[in-house]
Design a protein around this ligand. Structure first.
Ligand SMILES: Cc1cc2nc3c(=O)[nH]c(=O)nc-3n(C[C@H](O)[C@H](O)[C@H](O)COP(=O)(O)O)c2cc1C
Length: 306
């Protein structure tokens, strides 16, 4: 196999990266580790305030991202005012209650939901609900049926979940609003696409930096599902006409022991390389490397005493 045709599977990535391909010098794997460890935080943060230095680092690394013609279309609002956090948390909890009560959430996102490990391993994408409130557990697979929905509403599940979510956001020491400059963000035009592309890169930088700082991050997305709620947040943040509010995140330091919310999922599974990479044309899925390629080379084996 030619050098260029070598693919890195999860198993052999580290062995290869440490090896001879970089002139024996070995790679600095800190970046790889940060990429591998990056996760979405579904549970609570420590109550500790995020230090001003760390806040500054987060927005500085965001601005290191690429953007079309170096336009830097992103804007950020760091929200550490407890009153604003409470108000935003209220919007988040209430909008979650609403989309759970009227079934919108389940209707919109059903294709992504997995209810068994087996299903997750087969599909290798989506989110696996491995934690459901005890009242819903007997239903699992039918949890989104009209009957289950009616029962959930009767039992006040949406209100309970919304309240859990409100507390989760209210207990976050820092919220971050991400906005785009509307002179660049023009939906339907290339510039609009480019702006979103750059914003994604900026957010990924922040996301990776949280990993480095012992912090976690999660979208506060329910208000986006309810237009009036999103408008109220825009007012709360004094968003001017020339900016578009794109997303809100909650951030904080991670506790040693992670507590899980009453409804929770895992989403660490990733597709196999041949499900998302092609070679030379979309007609040829990339192949997994043969087992001998996945093994560290002989020199490495010797070095590792094997
Ligand atoms: C555009 C986008 C929207 C997302 N929306 C939400 C969200 O609403 N709530 C949430 O908890 N996570 C959200 N996420 C995080 C994804 O659920 C998460 O990245 C995915 O399940 C993989 O899990 P991981 O980040 O832990 O690797 C979003 C991620 C992206 C990129």
């Amino acid at each position: 196999m030619s050098e260029s045709a070598v693919v890195y599977s999860k198993n052999d990535f580290l062995a290869r990266a440490r090896g001879a391909r970089v002139g024996g010098a070995g790679l600095d794997l800190e970046l790889y580790e940060a990429l591998r460890r990056r996760r979405t935080t579904n549970g609570p943060f420590l109550p500790d305030l995020v230090s001003p230095e760390h806040q500054r680092m987060l927005v500085e690394v965001a601005a290191m991202a690429p953007s079309h013609l170096n336009s830097q279309p992103w804007r950020f609002v760091l929200i550490d005012d407890p009153e604003k956090i409470q108000a935003l948390a209220k919007e988040s909890g209430e909008s979650m209650t609403q989309v759970f009560r009227d079934g919108t959430f389940f209707k919109r996102y059903r294709p992504y939901f997995r209810f068994s490990k087996k299903e997750m391993e087969e599909k290798r994408d989506g989110i696996y609900f491995d934690q459901l409130p005890s009242v819903l557990r007997p239903f699992t697979r039918q949890v989104f049926s009209p009957a289950a929905q009616a029962l959930m509403n009767r039992l006040g599940v949406p209100r309970t979940l919304g309240e859990d979510n409100r507390k989760l956001v209210a207990g976050s020491p820092l919220l971050l609003a991400v906005l785009l400059d509307k002179t660049e963000y023009r939906p339907g035009e290339l510039s609009g696409f480019y702006s979103i592309f750059g914003m994604g890169a900026a957010i990924e930088n922040i996301w990776l930096m949280t990993t480095e700082l012992g912090m976690g991050i999660q979208f506060v997305s329910f208000p986006m599902e309810v237009p009036e709620s999103w408008r109220r947040i825009q007012t709360l943040l004094d968003v001017p006409e020339d900016l578009e509010l794109m997303a809100v995140y909650r951030l904080g330091y991670l506790p040693e022991e992670k507590r899980r919310p009453s409804i929770d999922w895992t989403s660490t599974q990733r597709k196999r390389i041949d499900q998302y990479v092609f070679r030379n044309s979309c007609a040829t899925p990339e192949t997994e490397p043969s087992p001998e390629l996945a093994e560290p080379n002989t020199a490495e084996k010797k070095e590792n005493g094997r």
